[in-house]
Design a protein around this ligand. Sequence first.
Ligand code: SF4
Ligand code: SF4
Length: 57
Amino acid sequence: MAYFINDECISCGACESECPVSCISEGDGKYVIDADECIECGACAGVCPVGAPNPAE
Ligand code: SF4
Ligand code: SF4
């Protein structure tokens, strides 16, 4: 399990520098999380203005 950034992402970049394992990067139209690196800390969800990062189902 890992966090996943949904289509609500507005590519503001706020989450990228908050991730303790640096697994967030800018993708095509939205930011993306490397699921193999994510430790599910929730920091990205805490800073996102639109609630785009959520635990994957
Ligand atoms: Fe990074 Fe934590 Fe978000 Fe996973 S939950 S992408 S480790 S900030
Ligand atoms: Fe996208 Fe939210 Fe990250 Fe900004 S903080 S880049 S809106 S996921």
